[in-house]
Each structure stands twice: as C-alpha cells, then as structure tokens.
Design a protein around this ligand. Structure first.
Ligand SMILES: NC(=O)c1ccc[n+]([C@@H]2O[C@H](COP(=O)([O-])OP(=O)(O)OC[C@H]3O[C@@H](n4cnc5c(N)ncnc54)[C@H](OP(=O)(O)O)[C@@H]3O)[C@@H](O)[C@H]2O)c1
Length: 512
C-alpha cells in the first residue's frame, strides 16, 4: 500500500456511533501502518457543541476501546489524537457553512496543504442530499483554496427503492461529479471479498471451471445470530432485502459472476460488475411468489433462554410484515451462467453468524464408486468464507482407508488467520485508504446501485401490493422457514449448506 496525498478528512456526524466505533479507529490504524500522509487532519462536524479537546478526549476513549494498537503505543496515540479537530454547526443550515469554510481554510493554511478534502457523510440518510447541496452552495465542493481534490463518501442506504435511488443519484450529481462520489459498501472492503477476484483471476485452475459447464449452482449465505438489537425502529422500515440483499449480497454476486477485467482499474472492474447486474434475469410477479421467500422470526428458546419474536422487539410495529429473512433463486442470463441457479439467503436470529459463498460443482458424469454415501453426498464444493474465520475451503472425495472403494468428503482448508504476521486491515481501513488514494474500485458506482434496485424492485412491489404473498414465521435460532427454503432448491437430495445445526429448543452448539 502507498501513502495518500496530504489532505483533510471532514466527517459529518462526528458525534455518532459510526465515527466512534469504526471511522476514527480505522484512521488510527492507518496511522499505525504509516499510511497516512505527512500532513493530515480530521475535522469532525456536527450539531453537538464540542471543543477540539472534548472531541479528542471522546475519540481517544473510542480508539483505546476499539484498537489493540492504541494500548501498545501511547505516544503514537497522543500524536494521532492531536490531528483531530471539531467544529459545531447546524448541518441543515446553509448559513453555518461559512464557519465550516473558515475552519477548513484555517486548517489548510496552518498545515500548509492544498485543499484536498474528503467529506464523509456519517449521518442519517435524510442529510445525504442536504449536506452536498450546502457544500456546493457554499463553494465547498471547490473551496477558496481552489487547488486540490474534493471527494464525498456516503454510507448506505443509497435510496430505499429504485425511484429514491435515482433521485439521490440525480441530486448528488448536481453538486459533485461521479468521479468524486464514493458510495461505501463495507462488504467490498473485506479482504475475503477482494480475494474472490484474486482467487478467480490469478489461478489457472479455477477459471476454466467457472461456468455453466462445471458449476451446478451458486449459493450465498449471510446469516446473523443476533436480532434487531436496539435498531428496531430503523430495521422495521428496511428489512433484510433492503438492508443486506440489495447491496452487499448482490455486489458479492457480481464479483463471483463477472468476466475477467482487462486491467485492474476501477473503471474496468466496475464495468464488468455492471454487466452482471444488466444480465440478471428480471423477476416477474410469479417469480417473486415462487422464488423469493420472506420470513420473520418468532419467539423461541435458544440454549434454554427465552428469545423475543421480531414483533415484540423495541421499536417494531406489533403487526409488522417486515422480513427478517429472505431467500431467493434467480438466474444470470449470459453465456457463462445461462441455466445456473443462484441462491441467496440472509436473515437475523439464525443459528450462527456466517457469510459464505459456496460454488457447487457438477457431479462426475458417471458414478464409478457405487457407494450410497458417495452418490448422496459427494459434490465438489468451493466454500469462500467471508466471515468469521475468513478463508477458503475445497471439499472433495477421498478413499476411506481399507477394503473396497468407499469415498468420503474431505476438506482442503485455508484460514486467513494462519498468516499470523500480516496485518489484516478492517473494511473501513481499506476503503478509507482507497478513497484517500482516489481509487473507486471498491466503491459502488451510481449506475450499478440503480441496476441492483431495478432487480429487486419487483420483489418490493409484489410484497407491497399482493396480499397473497406469504410471510413465513420461523423460530428464532433456526435456519429460517426451512421447508419452503429447501423446496426452493427444487431437486431431490439437494440441500443448502447448513454450516451449523438449529439452536432452537434442542440447545445444540454450532459447528462451522
Ligand atoms: N453505526 C454503524 O455501525 C453503521 C454501519 C453501516 C452504516 N451506517 C450508516 O452510517 C450513517 C451514520 O451512522 P451512525 O450509526 O453513526 O448514526 P447516528 O449515530 O444515528 O448519527 C450520526 C450523527 O448524525 C447526526 N444526526 C443525527 N440525526 C440528525 C438529524 N436529524 N439532523 C442532523 N444531524 C443528525 C448526529 O450528530 P449531531 O447531533 O452532532 O449533528 C449523530 O451523532 C447512517 O446513515 C447509517 O445508516 C452505520
């Protein structure tokens, strides 16, 4: 990794949870890795009245809590904290942006740097149009010190449906250029997600098999074992489809399914992922009923403890029909993937926390070793584990020692944590550094965001307008409404990969 140019990182919403738990600790880690430029400052912005010193004290506490390096080297921490500043403004009031401009110019002069600025919107989405508009009106997208770049990072959600996503994009583009807009999807910042590209395109053995001739189906699971915690109010207006599937899981699908880019560049890679979105076979209302399953967790007992159902959670409407689980089957209509089903499932209060992609290869054309065990279970799988225990696992058949030719499945297993001496950057570290370096590869482009919304819009419409679209209950601690979800696979003897058993009632522990 190379160092970024001198700049100021302006964080809106600096008194909030994201800044404290993720952003400032990530910037500190970059500092520890000596990846920050020589002249650098963070300027926190928000309505909360804080002095530089009180902001620094707050951030020092959070870096100490969320970064292991902070305790190791107190001098480094103090040096880093000295680079933090704060200015209190009403972010919705354009008049206050004069104060912000003055502060930025003061910092730029004292550091003797051009006005290279990253604006990070760590605020509620209701401000995603207001703040860029005010920055533009105040000339802060191109401040008084005109030299230097200006970049804008925004957090998901990028809209709540196709129409709002288009409106957001249209409005952002009035104030900033697409080349200045960095839409963050922290999934793309994960090492294992990026490793999908390296695994596919740096090895001679996988890519020749990576198509409809050798792959039977692709399965993507993102399971959380927690419920909605204290985010019930937010989640009830979002649901699993908007919160996870439309963004993280479709982006991941695009990396799995894309064609090799001609070069490693942001434009080349994002063009290829965009082509995947364009090839998604559109879902008809019947497809939504037959191939998209929504579920909601109901009260249950997990390891002897009573667990609330979703409708009993704080902030959730007691009659809510918001999905906490979604599973879907869909196709990518192109030469590589024609006829290969893609299955995605995601949900809350499932038995474990795991995100993985499973490539299921076709069986051998002839079953030479006619043992029942072999026939029912051996299908080569490549499991790309995104979290936890990041790594890659290849499952294949081996002979059971002894008489005859009995076959059993074995694993060839690589775990990232075996690379002990290597610092694995967090998603925010990686993505912040990329933005500092002007690399948009791992950020979502506006057209791809809209294409992903376009794909899921029929699901939102059918669920909203068709009272017959079912919503299945599933006991907290189980793999969703499993009978209907298994039926989605549609072939006898073919199952989802269940990385651990159900926890509801039987109290069994998870085995990944
Ligand atoms: N927290 C996470 O782990 C996480 C993960 C992924 C994405 N995100 C996204 O990142 C963004 C920030 O998340 P967060 O959890 O930090 O949010 P937050 O704590 O609710 O809000 C961040 C800050 O925004 C300001 N703010 C809140 N409501 C406002 C309003 N109505 N008008 C003007 N300012 C307001 C507040 O600062 P002042 O009152 O000082 O102005 C607040 O401290 C959200 O869009 C969220 O969806 C968060």
């Amino acid at each position: 990794m190379t160092k970024a140019e001198n700049h100021i990182l302006v964080i809106f919403g600096a008194s909030g949870d994201l800044t404290m738990r993720k952003l400032i600790p990530a910037v500190f880690e970059l500092s520890e890795q000596k990846l920050l430029p020589e002249k650098f400052a963070v300027l926190g912005v928000g309505r909360t009245a804080l002095s530089d010193n009180s902001f620094r004290a707050k951030m020092k506490e959070s870096v100490t809590a969320f970064s292991s390096h902070a305790k190791e080297n107190k001098a480094n921490l103090d040096n880093f904290i000295g680079k933090l500043h704060y200015t209190g403004i009403n972010t919705s009031d354009i008049a206050d942006y004069k104060l912000l401009k003055d502060k930025i110019e003061e910092l730029a002069i004292s550091l003797n740097i051009p006005c290279n600025i990253i604006y990070y919107l760590a605020t509620p989405p209701s401000l995603y149009e207001i703040i860029p508009h005010h920055l533009y009106e105040s000339g802060l997208n191109m401040p008084g010190c005109e030299k230097g770049w200006k970049r804008l990072i925004i957090e998901k959600p990028f809209g709540t449906d196709l129409e709002t996503a288009k409106t957001l994009n249209r409005n952002l583009l009035k104030y900033f250029d697409e080349s200045q807009i960095y839409r963050i999807d922290h999934y793309l910042g994960k090492e294992t997600v990026q490793n999908v590209l390296v695994t596919r395109f740096s090895n001679g053995i996988f890519e020749p098999l990576w198509n409809r001739n050798y792959i039977h189906r692709v399965e993507i699971t993102s399971a959380e074992n927690i419920g909605v915690e204290n985010r019930g109010g937010y989640y009830d207006h979002s649901g699993a489809l908007r919160d996870m599937l439309q963004n993280h899981l479709l982006q991941l699908t695009a990396l799995i399914a894309m064609e090799p880019p001609t070069v490693v560049s942001s434009t080349a890679i994002r063009n290829e992922t965009m082509k995947v979105f364009q090839a998604f076979k559109p879902l008809s209302p019947d497809d939504v009923i037959n191939n998209v399953i929504r579920g909601q967790y109901i009260a249950s007992v997990i390891r002897g403890e009573n667990v609330n159902g979703y409708r009993e959670e704080k902030g959730v409407d007691p009659d809510s029909r918001t999905e906490t689980f979604v599973a879907m089957k869909f196709f990518i209509d192109n030469w590589r993937w024609g006829g290969v089903p893609f299955y995605i499932r995601t949900g809350k209060r499932l038995p474990t926390r795991v995100t993985e992609v499973v490539i299921h290869f076709r069986q051998t054309p002839h079953h030479l070793f006619q043992s029942m065990k072999f026939l029912s279970s051996t299908q080569n799988q490549l499991v790309i584990r995104i979290q936890p225990d990041e790594g890659i696992l290849l499952k294949f058949g081996m002979k059971v020692p002894g008489a005859g030719f009995e076959v059993q499945n074995v694993n060839m297993d690589f775990h990232y944590d075996s690379l002990k001496d290597i610092h694995l950057p967090s998603a925010y570290e990686r993505l912040l550094l990329d933005c500092m370096q002007g690399d948009q590869t791992l950020y979502s482009r506006g057209d791809a965001v809209e294409a992903a919304w376009e794909f899921v819009q029929p699901v939102l419409d059918t669920w909203k307008n068709n009272p017959k679209a079912p919503l299945y209950g599933y006991p907290a601690g189980t793999w969703g409404p499993d009978k209907v979800v298994d039926a989605l696979l549609g072939e006898a003897g073919i199952l989802w990969r269940y990385p651990c058993k159900n926890l509801s009632n039987d109290g069994e522990f998870c085995e990944l």
